[in-house]
Design a protein around this ligand. Structure first.
Ligand SMILES: [Zn+2]
Ligand SMILES: [Zn+2]
Length: 167
């Protein structure tokens, strides 16, 4: 796994390594991502998390391919709802949105694309576009899907199989 990418908060206290190839890279327009990004951006010192069209950009990695190098003590999980299994993890040192984590058995980690240092993996698709803000114009650079496309689900399943086979 030679090609590790560095993921860093804006002040530099928190640093993660993302190892090997990502599962995929997407922009999500779902209501939860919009609200999650809005709440993080409202934290003291935080920057905008959503893009101007309302989407939030992520690079998805297998859970076993993301390592915290330093600053773990600054990471704080935020939930939209107490009962939700989904956490949006923020670096409290500077309010940077870092990644999402799940309390259930999901095997992938969406990392906020803006946190990649150097070249982030290329964007592959825009998903859940039916939830985009009214009137927002979405770029036609990559395929857009109104919900979760088969291609997206297929990539997640393939990553799970590879993990089970220890590849
Ligand atoms: Zn920081
Ligand atoms: Zn979403």
């Amino acid at each position: 796994m030679g090609n590790a990418r560095v993921v860093r908060c804006s002040c530099g206290r928190v640093e993660l390594a993302a190892l090997g190839a990502p599962i995929t890279s997407v922009v999500c327009y779902c209501d939860d991502c919009q609200e999650g990004s809005r709440r993080i951006a409202a934290l003291p010192g935080a920057q905008a998390v959503r893009e101007p069209d309302g989407g939030t950009s992520y690079v998805l990695y297998r859970k076993d391919r993301l390592q915290t190098l330093r600053g773990a003590e600054f990471l704080k999980r935020n939930k939209l709802d107490e009962k939700s299994a989904t956490n949006r993890v923020v670096a409290t040192c500077c309010g940077s949105a870092m990644f999402m984590s799940f309390d259930d058995s999901k095997h992938w980690v969406p990392v906020y694309r803006a946190r990649f240092q150097g070249d982030a993996p290329p964007l592959e698709m825009r998903i859940q576009t039916k939830f985009r803000p009214a009137g927002s114009a979405i770029p036609d650079d990559v395929p857009c899907y109104p919900a979760f496309p088969f291609g997206f689900i297929g990539k997640l399943l393939a990553a799970r199989v590879a993990m089970l086979l220890r590849r």
